[in-house]
Structure formats: structure tokens, C-alpha cells
Design a protein around this ligand. Structure first.
Ligand code: B12
Ligand code: SF4
Ligand code: SF4
Length: 312
């Protein structure tokens, strides 16, 4: 058996995990996702919203000589941001992966370049179904949450992939795998507030996932069937990930970032954004992976919920 490539060992020494597959599997990645769509299991609304580039990927025209796909997992904490409202401070979480996308990609590329030196390979960021790639490359396993888990990181990690002309001596392609406990555990299913995780299918009903609903622009509101008690983060949702036994070690992996004064919170709740003021707060929100598009809706619903709880 071929030994682990040096670049993987190097990234591991820097606290990351990596894997590599031959570029010949690219078509298979797309056809696997598209076959779910053909069976009607993958909602059209998701396909249209997030664009076909992730689901049916093609090699970029500018890089016909790519030989491999490198996939890297970087641990990421959830963020805790403070909002001051009517004399009280409220802490709300931003789940991992909403923020620092550019920073993580830049750092990953830099580490890969260092690992390959003195050789120099091209690294072109790849838009792909990243979870499927991570699992089929042996880097991760699927949970019934439909999120991927990496040993030591749980599901609190960010995936990044690159096409490369690095001709890997090993190809880690394999069948997909679920976490061993998923066959008898129901923790994520029991806590999912929208029944997006269902007992008779592995693939979630992504169109019901709270994340899909609260990533939409604020003016879209929330559907009538959604229980207001479902909301738990300022974007996305952490219910299934926090309930999962494979995330026990990362449950408190939280970084404090972002503090919004009474004035700023009031502005975010006003829903009227323009000019320099909007630009300034947009920059501040950007540091925690948010933008003005989901305000005031997501903040308002959390503050209403917290105020009701405090009043009880
Ligand atoms: C579209 C999208 C969404 C959509 C749809 C999600 C979905 N499940 O499809 C919405 C908006 C709902 C969403 C939500 C979230 N997302 Co999202 N999303 C994406 C995106 C752009 C594409 C995902 C995709 O390929 N979907 C297509 C479906 C069909 O693929 P799939 O879920 O992998 O389906 C597989 C499994 O169901 C499995 N399967 C099916 N049956 C069986 C049976 C067995 C036995 C086994 C083992 C497997 C298995 O096989 C399927 C593929 O063949 C990626 C970014 C990217 N470039 O990949 C991020 C991405 C997947 N999201 C991510 C995250 C973090 C989230 C959220 C956790 C955000 C949050 N709340 O904090 C939630 C999680 C929701 C959930 N429970 O899945 C991360 C995942 C990181 C990780 N640790 O795995 C990604 C990779 C973004 C990133 N760069 O970090 N997301
Ligand atoms: S909570 Fe249980 S069923 Fe859900 S992903 Fe984790 S181990 Fe699997
Ligand atoms: S992110 Fe929330 S709504 Fe989506 S599947 Fe997990 S628990 Fe359900």
C-alpha cells in the first residue's frame, strides 16, 4: 500500500486534515447528486437557489490539465455575538462555516504550497458538492444530520477543495460511509425543529431546513407553518449538530466575536439601511459572516423569543 502523501502529513502537522482523489471521479460526484434529483429526493428549490455549479460540477476550462482534487478540512468554532437591547445584553450564536471563507481558503492554499515546495503545483479552488467529496475521499463520514464529521473536529469544520496538476500516487476514493452510531441513534431527528430530518430517509428535506428558510432575504419572512420557538442562531441552526454525540468534544468550541451597541442593534432592527451607516455596519457584520440581507427578520425573531422567555 502507498504511504500517506507528504502534503497530507504536513497539513495534519498544522492541525488540518486532507485527502486526495483522482480528477476522473469528478463526473461521478455530479451524477450521484443528479440521480437524487431525478428520483425527486432533492428539492428543485434548493437546486435553483444554490446553483447547479455545486451539484453538477465540471473541470474549469482554464485548467484542462488537472489531475487530482485535494480536499481539506479546517476546524472552525461557532461564534458568539452580543447584541444590546433595551438595557440588556443578548448572546446569539453564528454556526461554524458562515465566516472567514476567504481567510481559510487563502491559508489552506498557502499551507499546500509550503507542503509541495520545492515543487510547485497549480491549485484552483473547486466548486463541488464538498460533503460528498469529503466522504468519498475518506476524509469524513456522513451523519444522519447530513453534515460531515471528521475525527477530532466533529462537524465543526470547514471544507475547501482545489483542482491540482499534482499527480497523486494514491487515490482515496471509496464508497460513502455513515457514522457508526447513526444506525441506532435518533438524537438529531428528535431535536430538528422543522422535521427536515426524517426517519424513513437519509437525505434531509433540505427545503424544510431552518437554514434554508433563514438564509433567504429578510423580506421573504418565514412560512406560517414554522414554530417561532425553532429559532436558535442568528443565521442557520445548530440544533442537530449540538445534539449529536460525535460533537461532544466541540460543544463548547465557541469564539466571542462581535458586539453590537444599543444604537447598532436598534439600527439593525429598523430594517432601513442605506449610505455610510449601512456600509459601516455591513463591514462589522461581515466579520461574523453575516450581511444586512437577513435583517431585521432573524434578529427580531430571536429577541422576541428571548424577551418572552425573560418575561415568563
Ligand atoms: C445547498 C447547501 C445547503 C442547503 C441544502 C443542504 C443539503 N443537505 O443539501 C441548506 C441551505 C439547507 C444548507 C444547510 C446547511 N449547511 Co450547507 N451547503 C450547501 C452546499 C452549497 C451544497 C450541499 C449539497 O451538495 N447538497 C446536495 C445534497 C444532495 O448532498 P448531500 O447533503 O451531501 O447528500 C448526501 C447524503 O444525503 C448522502 N446519503 C444519502 N443517502 C445515504 C445513505 C447512506 C447510508 C449514507 C452513508 C449517505 C447517504 O448522500 C448524498 C449525496 O449522494 C454546500 C457547499 C458545497 N459546495 O458543497 C454547503 C455545506 C454542505 N453546508 C454546510 C453547512 C455547515 C450547513 C449547515 C450546518 C449550516 C448551519 N445550519 O449551520 C446546514 C446543515 C443542514 C443539514 N442538516 O444538512 C457545510 C458543511 C460542513 C460539514 N461539516 O459538513 C458546507 C460544505 C459549506 C462549507 N463550505 O462549509 N446547506
Ligand atoms: S445525532 Fe445520532 S443519528 Fe444524528 S448524526 Fe449524530 S450519531 Fe447520527
Ligand atoms: S440545521 Fe436545524 S432545521 Fe436543519 S436539519 Fe439540522 S436541526 Fe433540522
Amino acid at each position: 500500500m502507498e504511504s500517506k502523501p507528504h502534503f497530507i502529513k504536513y497539513l495534519e502537522s498544522k492541525g488540518l486534515r486532507a485527502s486526495v482523489v483522482s480528477v476522473k471521479h469528478l463526473e461521478e460526484l455530479g451524477s450521484e447528486i443528479m440521480s437524487l434529483r431525478a428520483k425527486g429526493l432533492f428539492a428543485d428549490e434548493i437546486y435553483r437557489t444554490y446553483g447547479p455549479q455545486f451539484f453538477d460540477p465540471h473541470l474549469p476550462k482554464r485548467f484542462p490539465g488537472a489531475k487530482s482534487i485535494i480536499v481539506v478540512s479546517t476546524p472552525q468554532p461557532a461564534l458568539r455575538a452580543k447584541f444590546h437591547y433595551r438595557g440588556k445584553a443578548f448572546d446569539f450564536l453564528v454556526p461554524p462555516t458562515y465566516y472567514d471563507a476567504y481567510k481559510v481558503t487563502w491559508k489552506t492554499r498557502k499551507l499546500l504550497k509550503e507542503a509541495f515546495a520545492p515543487k510547485s503545483y497549480r491549485l484552483v479552488r473547486a466548486a463541488l458538492p464538498l460533503k460528498l467529496l469529503a466522504v468519498r475521499s475518506g476524509l469524513a463520514q456522513y451523519g444522519k444530520t447530513n453534515i460531515t464529521y471528521v475525527p477530532g473536529f466533529g462537524s465543526f469544520h470547514r471544507l475547501t477543495a482545489f483542482y491540482s496538476d499534482y499527480d497523486s500516487p494514491v487515490d482515496y476514493w471509496r464508497e460513502k460511509e455513515a457514522l457508526p452510531l447513526c444506525s441506532k441513534c435518533r438524537a438529531c431527528l428528535n431535536v430538528c425543529p422543522t422535521s427536515a430530518i426524517q426517519k424513513d430517509r437519509f437525505l434531509i428535506r433540505a427545503d424544510r431546513c431552518l437554514t434554508f428558510l433563514n438564509e433567504k432575504p429578510s423580506k421573504k419572512g418565514f412560512p406560517g407553518w414554522l414554530d417561532s420557538k425553532s429559532h436558535n442562531t442568528i443565521i442557520g441552526c445548530l440544533r442537530c449538530q449540538r445534539a449529536c454525540p460525535y460533537n461532544k468534544e466541540v460543544a463548547d468550541f465557541i469564539e466571542d466575536r462581535g458586539n453590537f451597541s444599543e444604537k447598532e442593534t436598534a439600527y439593525l432592527l429598523s430594517g432601513k439601511f442605506s449610505g455610510e451607516k449601512a456600509k459601516k455596519i455591513q463591514t462589522k457584520l461581515g466579520r461574523i459572516g453575516l450581511d444586512l440581507s437577513t435583517f431585521p427578520r432573524n434578529l427580531k425573531v430571536l429577541l422576541d423569543l428571548q424577551s418572552r422567555t425573560l418575561a415568563q
